[in-house]
Design a protein around this ligand. Structure first.
Ligand code: CTP
Ligand code: CA
Length: 223
């Protein structure tokens, strides 16, 4: 168990961490979501706070409780998450561990949708704002270090490297979420950190250990 150290290496630094899934409404009782538990983002926020940083933790509706000792901002949708991140700026670093929904329902209904004889709802989708890309590409007041995550299958490193280039973040933390790895929803993670220095693959370990090592690497980069 960690407690926030007032005098860790990240003392005086502000770090924004996003975490969890987002929920995109269909109608007042239904939404579109994903399987993110929020475990890795929560562990990371806790570990960064333990290094002495002031942490703003912007979280979607996650399964796990947020850490103590951080400023918690609860959101539901991707749009709300972007607004909360922008409100939390400026920051020295921003770490985007959330599993943000790629689309929202453009024709969400204010009234509960009812079954009609033989008819299926006609949902229209529109793309959500890309929070990581938006912050990475800020021309004024960009955090010194912007870190994204990439949960991929198949050619994980190639997909993640392309994603880093496309979005313009400093690091991408990539992992293989193929069902046979058991990583999605599990306690362990095996990540590759992609930066200007190349692709650094870490052994499979506890999500808490991954979080502590990433927090240490962030502290090293900011000091
Ligand atoms: N991300 C974000 N806002 C979005 C989508 C993704 O901030 N609307 C962030 C995630 O938090 C993560 C990174 O971008 O840090 C990569 O997310 P991912 O879903 O892998 O990227 P996408 O660009 O959505 O690509 P894909 O088509 O593979 O889902
Ligand atoms: Ca996505």
């Amino acid at each position: 168990v960690e407690t926030a150290l007032a005098d860790g290496p990240l003392k005086g630094k502000h770090v924004i961490v996003t975490s969890g899934p987002t929920h995109e409404p269909i109608d007042p009782v239904r939404y579109i979501a994903n399987r993110s538990s929020g475990a890795q983002g929560t562990a990371l926020a806790r570990a960064i706070s333990a290094q002495g940083a002031e942490v703003t933790f912007v979280t979607g509706p996650a399964d796990v409780s947020p850490p103590t000792g951080v400023k918690v901002v609860r959101v539901k949708t991707a749009k709300q998450m972007l607004d909360a991140v922008q409100d939390a700026l400026p920051a020295d670093a921003a770490v985007f561990a959330a599993a943000v929904a790629d689309w929202h329902v453009a024709n969400a209904s204010d009234s509960k949708m009812k079954k009609t004889k033989g008819g299926m709802p006609d949902l229209e989708f529109a793309e959500n704002p890309d929070i990581l890309a938006t912050v990475s590409q800020m021309t004024k007041g960009r955090p010194e270090l912007v870190v994204g995550f990439a949960a991929e299958t198949d050619d994980v490193i190639a997909h993640a490297t392309a994603k880093r280039d496309r979005k313009g973040c400093d690091w991408i933390v990539a992992n293989d979420v193929s069902p046979e790895t058991g990583i999605m929803g599990g306690d362990e993670n095996a990540v590759t950190v992609i930066s200007d220095a190349g692709a650094d693959s870490w052994p499979r370990m506890d999500k808490d250990t991954v979080a502590r090592q990433l927090a240490a690497k962030i502290a090293e980069a900011l000091t």
